[in-house]
Design a protein around this ligand. Structure first.
Ligand SMILES: Nc1ncnc2c1ncn2[C@@H]1O[C@H](COP(=O)(O)OP(=O)(O)OP(=O)(O)O)[C@@H](O)[C@H]1O
Length: 251
């Protein structure tokens, strides 16, 4: 569905992404994970054409992303940026329907789509006329997701979509979102720095370090056959509250 071939990106003297090949498989959720600054967001921004690679080629459904084709191709991609990125001066409804209105959808079609999304994401419809600041963090994330899904894109790109949530809300939304992806059969690329979240969502996990892919595969591959000491260290660097209680994780 999405192919990166020998793609690299630098900002001045900083190499954000070394020469990288990556395939995003249709219908799978691929998780990009790694420490802060390892190039996850850069990779996602390259995929949606917000930034251009210095070298290499990116193909979406067989056609390369170019500055002339990107606007049409982007309509097939839904994007949620870190912290949701909602427009503060538009209501929840205004944020969600913006692109559909811009493309000239008629009112009935917009209404039908909005109803379907509200049901899908379990968003309280009475909150649609509130501004982002009047919504909880979890509701804002649902609005950002509805906006990304509005045009029914074939690919969803999510940059830490649950990063700003408290643990309980995050836990609940993780379960709901996974069900949404499963029921829609979407191809998803998600950035996180949380290994538990990566394991929850990822059919395929891509672990990055300093602008390079260190290892990719299922969570089982990464746990059972770590390809480098960093992989093992990264997987183990998750603290369970039970640890301080003197119990092993598995109890
Ligand atoms: N617009 C920019 N100008 C200069 N340097 C940048 C820019 N965007 C990213 N970088 C640098 O490129 C590297 C990769 O950044 P990127 O945002 O892709 O990392 P990340 O893995 O998404 O980090 P985080 O988890 O903290 O969001 C970092 O060293 C960052 O400082």
């Amino acid at each position: 569905m999405l192919e990166l071939e020998a793609v690299s990106k630098r900002y001045g003297s900083t190499i954000a992404l070394h020469t990288t090949d990556l395939s995003i498989v249709q219908g799978w959720t691929t998780v990009l994970i790694g420490p802060s600054g390892c190039g996850k967001s850069t990779l996602l921004r390259l995929m949606i054409g917000l930034i251009q690679p210095d070298t290499g080629i990116i193909r979406f459904e067989g056609a390369s992303l170019t500055t002339t084709s990107i606007l049409a191709q982007r309509r097939e991609m839904g994007y949620v940026i870190q912290e949701g990125g909602l427009f503060p001066h538009f209501t929840a409804r205004g944020n969600i329907v913006l692109m559909a209105e811009h493309l000239g959808w008629d009112k009935a079609r917009i209404h039908r789509r909005l109803e379907a999304l509200v049901t899908l994401t379990r968003f309280p419809s009475e909150a649609l006329d509130r501004y982002p600041i009047q919504l909880s963090g979890g509701q804002r994330q649902r609005v950002a997701l509805m906006r990304a899904l509005m045009l029914d894109p074939s690919l969803l790109l999510l940059d830490e979509p649950l990063g700003a949530l408290d643990p309980l809300n995050r836990y609940e939304l993780q379960a709901e979102l996974k069900e949404v992806f499963r029921s829609l059969g979407k191809t998803v690329v998600m950035v996180t720095h949380d290994m538990g979240e990566a394991a929850h969502f990822g059919d395929h996990i891509v672990l990055l370090q300093e602008g390079r892919i260190v290892q990719q595969g299922s969570i089982r591959d990464l746990v059972e056959n770590p390809g480098a000491p960093f992989v093992e260290r990264f997987i183990r660097a998750q603290r369970s509250p039970l640890e301080a209680y003197g119990r092993p994780h598995s109890e």
